[in-house]
Ligand binder design. Structure first.
Ligand code: FUL
Length: 522
């Protein structure tokens, strides 16, 4: 057992992952021919001349993302219909064939330039499945796809993320599914954009497994290597445009991917943080009929606190409309979210003193009260770790006066992996210690939202189970901001049945995977 724990804690993030974990909330823009046809999945046969936004202003999109509090944006440079938003050399089915700017437009350029203007990161989505390109289903398509990646990665400045979608319905066009040369794509991305994370069908960011905005309650970063089996990801991705996919719950994949018990069945592990990708509307693309269906702030906050606040990344979709603008309703939601995040951040309570087990030299408990890290690497400037390994760890934070609080943020220093496995928070109320929160994982960001705000001058964190000793970068205690997170209800039986059958499938896949183990690039 000790050996296995050594193995788990030896798994740590790559530099590019560490950076993304700090900048864990980004915005998706789904835009293209579908915006003008009202479709979610275009068939690749639509006349590109339908693309004719009257007032396109990518500054407005990027400003909206920034106002929402996001660190970056990802644009659907090419969705499944194969239509390219930039003047590519690989197909005529691109922006040059549209009336937009008399065929001289380049939406990728516009978005990337707006990103530089607003000081926000730029990322690309390039659908591997292509319903228009005649070479799809042949070996030649891998060359085409690599040329498209090259054009995007060489001509539009720095890219922080390349989002590779596993969705495919090639059968709908009577075509064989393409044999994608994933390893070649990854190697090319590493060469041209070494700092970019490859998400979804890729080695850096794990798709959470649903598009409904559900993160697991206990999200782990150290997971068995099979979780990065492209086949598994593709098999779980969308295969039909029937509108049901986005409603699926968190039972698409295991609810536990990284507890000690779960890991014990495997030998190879990777650092693979989850990302929740979800839209603010029912669709990924803009539909006028959904103008009244934009999520409420309450629904968005549930997603925010359980993803960003639950050791996951959040990729939130705001689809531009036919004018080429983000609709007022969506902008209002983005602003409300951004305001909420900024105001909540300001509610940090000053901690007067910290009592913790004797610290390792240079890693004092006070280090936990300040959240300071290097903006380019994501590395913390200081952290706390006890001198010795113990059964459990009791860390008390005294506030000096009574405060009404409802959130406690805990950040582990992931340079030492993800270690905390079980913890609880206790508040001193009327002379008695009361348990106010219990959880398993912390990782790079856990925002513990209490069921009910408490008034206290002392809060204690007890780490009950840990892989060796903890390394804590930050603990922040925040004044009550009135947020209450209602847990979505899932049918326990449905999940149990699903997991049972899925487990059998994974075991089969895992055996195959071990046989021809694809190497991790980078
Ligand atoms: C899915 C796609 O099929 C959707 O259209 C959307 O792009 C979403 C982010 O991924 O699998």
């Amino acid at each position: 057992m000790a050996d296995s724990v050594d193995k788990y804690v030896s798994v740590v993030p790559e530099a590019r992952q560490k950076k993304l974990q700090k900048e864990n909330f980004n915005v998706f823009f789904h835009y293209g021919l579908n915006t003008f046809t009202g479709k979610e999945w275009g068939d690749g046969k639509v006349d590109p001349r339908v693309f004719n936004p009257s007032e396109q202003n990518t500054d407005q999109w990027v400003r909206t993302a920034k106002e929402a509090g996001a660190y970056g944006v990802i644009l659907t440079c090419k969705h499944h219909d194969g239509f390219c938003l930039w003047p590519t050399s690989t197909t005529n089915y691109n922006i040059s064939a549209t009336p937009y700017k008399n065929g001289k437009g380049d939406v990728v350029r516009e978005v990337s330039e707006s990103c530089s203007k607003f000081g926000i990161k730029f990322g690309i989505y390039l659908s591997p499945w292509d319903r228009n390109h005649p070479a799809y289903s042949t070996q030649e398509y891998n060359d085409i796809y690599c040329t498209q990646l090259t054009e995007l990665l060489e001509n539009y400045g720095e890219v922080f993320c390349v989002w590779l979608d596993g969705a495919c319905g090639a059968y709908m066009d009577g075509k064989e599914k393409q044999e994608y040369d994933w390893e070649r794509y990854f190697a090319l991305i590493r060469k041209l954009a070494p700092g970019a994370c490859i998400s979804n069908c890729g080695p850096d960011v794990r798709w959470v497994g649903n598009e409904g905005g559900f993160a697991r309650e206990s999200e782990w970063n150290v997971v068995p290597k099979f979780a990065y089996d492209i086949q598994t990801i593709e098999d779980n991705s969308q295969k039909a445009d029937d509108g049901k996919f986005a409603k699926k719950g968190a039972d698409v994949v295991f609810s536990d991917l990284g507890s000690r018990k779960f890991l014990s069945a495997y030998d190879n592990f990777i650092w693979y943080p989850a990302e929740v990708d979800v839209s603010v509307r029912p669709g990924w693309f803009y539909h006028k009929s959904q103008d009244g269906m934009v999520r409420s702030l309450e629904s968005l906050l549930r997603i925010y606190y359980t993803s960003v606040g639950g050791n996951s990344l959040l990729l939130l979709n705001f689809p531009p409309d036919r004018r080429g603008l983000i609709h007022d309703n969506d902008v209002a939601l983005a602003k409300a979210l951004g305001r909420h995040i900024a105001e909540s951040e300001k509610q940090l309570i000053t901690i007067k003193s910290v009592y913790a087990p004797k610290a390792e030299k240079g890693c004092s408990p006070e280090n936990m009260t300040e959240y300071s890290y290097d903006k380019t690497t994501g590395d913390p400037l200081s952290y706390y770790t006890p001198e010795e390994e113990k059964e459990d760890y009791r860390i008390e934070f005294r506030l000096g006066q009574k405060r009404k609080l409802n959130r406690i943020r805990i950040v582990e220093n992931t340079a030492f992996s993800q270690r905390i496995e079980k913890f609880a928070l206790y508040a001193e109320i009327n002379g008695k210690s009361k348990k106010v929160y219990e959880g398993n994982t912390v990782g790079y960001n856990r925002i513990c939202v209490l069921r009910k705000a408490v008034v206290t001058d002392s809060l204690t964190l007890i780490i009950k189970e840990c892989r060796k000793k903890p390394y804590i970068e930050f603990v922040g205690i925040y004044e009550d901001n009135g947020v209450v997170i209602k847990k979505p209800l899932f049918s326990a039986l449905k999940r149990w049945l699903h997991e049972k059958s899925y487990k059998l499938y994974i075991e089969k896949e895992n055996k195959k995977y071990c046989k021809n183990n694809p190497t991790r690039v980078g």
